[in-house]
Design a protein. Structure first.
Length: 125
């Protein structure tokens, strides 16, 4: 009985660890970009926060970028409260581009209007 309980607890732990996925399969850590734009929408939910950022292109039109971060609770712990990233807020972000060429970036840092820089972690984690 004790062995069965120990084994089931071990397997539950392994399952929890494997449930967290890497972003390296989606984002390329060798291709980095810095974007500055205005937040148009915000998906503040699990498993990752997605900031929809309108960035002015060289030709003057706006391009929508999806900026992915870590989970909401991690972003708050890193110093990014939800009310700091509302729609119409101008931010800058540096991160890794999506491998598929889409307008997606995994943020490594986010810079708020007051100059506060929030670390998000690497594209390899």
């Amino acid at each position: 009985m004790r062995l069965a309980l120990t084994l089931s607890l071990f397997l539950a732990g392994v399952a929890a660890l494997s449930a967290h996925h890497t972003v390296a399969n989606v984002y390329d850590p060798t291709r980095r970009v810095t974007l500055t734009g205005t937040i148009s929408e915000l998906d503040w939910k699990q498993p990752h926060v997605i900031i929809h950022l309108d960035v002015k292109a060289a030709d003057g039109h706006f391009v929508r970028w999806d900026v992915e971060t870590q989970a909401p609770y991690i972003m708050v712990r890193q110093g990014l409260p939800r009310d700091a990233v509302r729609p119409e807020t101008a931010i800058s972000t540096t991160g890794c581009l999506a491998r598929d060429g889409s307008n997606k970036v995994y943020a490594q840092t986010i810079v708020l209007p007051d100059g506060t820089s929030v670390a998000n972690g690497g594209c390899h984690s």
